[in-house]
Design a binder for this molecule. Structure first.
Ligand code: CA
Ligand code: CA
Length: 394
């Protein structure tokens, strides 16, 4: 009797558990029905980093990644970027450029919520056959924003306010929405206009100090490059035991080119504390470059010996113009630790694979040739610098 009761009790408990689970299952099914999504997507901003001068334009790419090859035919995105950026065009729809290559051909909505710094827009593919509607990873549109103030910030996709629609492979289904499960944004850094750089000596130069007049070039930076302005350049002057370092020396782009078609930059600098007139060696280093030694004017290859043979004077007009432009400053030190190695390579490689871009006039450490895009050419430059540096002792 006692045993029979226990069995009965256990049976009741099991029944209750089963019942409870059934209720949960029913609830979950109802949740899914309420969502009525036929697939999942991620909405992503590319590139992940923007460096631009005030007034510059950020081409913000909106990408969608759909799971299981779900076809996407419309994206309503809510992109927030704060008060340091603003849509480029007054006619908001013109700030959003749909990616025609992937069938997106119409902007049906564009609203700028200036108080919160967000832009809502809808991009769709109108009159496109299901076969031509993209799936997987693809760019939907480019949103052109202008940098209007100095500072840093982020560009984010508001997950709640972003909706993706597509073509349900189950033709009989009315569900055309895709669930947005992941969003990824980007960061931006807006600096002062990079065009003009002024020297910042530790102390002003005195009459006895030497003038250094120079012409240099950066490896791979051809004359037409739009993202090679305002590159902060370090100059070190050496003679005997005297060594002086100067950051941010003046450099302005000329219309001249060297034998390889690289733009020639020139500068004239009154070097505080450097009074040595002969036996001088100069070292130049760009922001993503190796320090390159120059021991004589007109140098067209590396100067592979100790010391230097440059002469200077303390008068700007009589100090010689030293032409180093035929031996450009070697590029490739992306992280600025003074050497080119695997770390620089692993930093540059994924960005080259993604063709990460920057607006004209912007700065991107990995863009070694100033073309405003990271690609194979930048990797080639890095490798070339490594080869060049191998044989050098000084
Ligand atoms: Ca490095
Ligand atoms: Ca480049």
């Amino acid at each position: 009797m006692k045993n029979q009761k226990r069995v009965q009790f256990l049976f009741t408990v099991l029944l209750l558990v089963a019942l409870a689970m059934g209720v949960i299952l029913v609830q979950q099914t109802q949740e899914l029905r309420k969502g009525a999504y036929f697939g999942r997507t991620a909405v992503v901003v590319k590139p992940t980093e923007f460096n631009v001068a005030v007034g510059g334009i950020l081409p913000v790419q909106i990408w969608v990644v759909s799971e299981e090859d779900a076809k996407v035919d419309g994206v309503e995105a809510y992109v927030c970027f704060g008060d340091k950026l603003a849509p480029v065009e007054e006619d908001l729809k013109k700030s959003v450029v749909p990616n025609q290559d992937d069938s997106f051909n119409v902007v049906t909505l564009a609203r700028y919520d200036q108080d919160v710094g967000c832009l809502k827009f809808h991009v769709g593919s109108m009159g496109t056959n299901a076969a031509d509607v993209p799936s997987g990873a693809f760019k939907v549109a480019t949103v052109n924003l202008r940098a209007v103030a100095l500072g840093t910030g982020s560009i984010s996709i508001d997950e709640i306010g972003t909706k993706v629609s597509g073509r349900n492979p189950v033709v009989s289904s009315n569900d055309t929405a895709l669930l947005v499960t992941t969003v990824e944004g980007a960061s931006y850094n807006i600096s002062a206009d990079g065009g003009e750089v002024t020297p910042q000596p530790t102390s002003p130069a005195s009459e006895a100090d030497m003038w250094i007049n120079y012409r240099v070039a950066f490896a791979g930076v051809k004359a037409d490059r739009q993202c090679a302005t305002g590159w902060q350049t370090k100059l070190t002057a050496l003679s005997g035991q005297t060594r002086k370092e100067y950051t941010n020396v003046p450099l302005s782009k000329t219309t001249d080119v060297n034998d390889k078609g690289e733009a020639v930059y020139e500068g004239s600098f009154h070097a505080p504390g450097f009074t040595q007139a002969s036996g001088v060696a100069l070292f130049f280093k760009g922001p993503k470059h190796l320090q390159v030694k120059y021991g004589k004017t007109g140098q067209a290859a590396f100067y592979n010996q100790a010391g230097g043979e440059i002469s200077l004077t303390n008068v700007a007009s009589t100090s010689p113009v030293l032409d180093f432009s035929e031996y450009p400053i070697l590029a490739g030190d992306v992280n600025g630790d003074g050497m080119i190695n695997g770390i620089d390579f692993t930093t540059i490689k994924p960005k080259a694979a993604d063709f990460v871009e920057i607006a004209s006039g912007g700065y991107l450490a990995e863009d070694l040739d100033g073309s405003c895009q990271v690609n194979n050419n930048d990797i080639i430059l890095l490798v070339r610098s490594l080869n060049e540096k191998q044989d050098q002792v000084y």
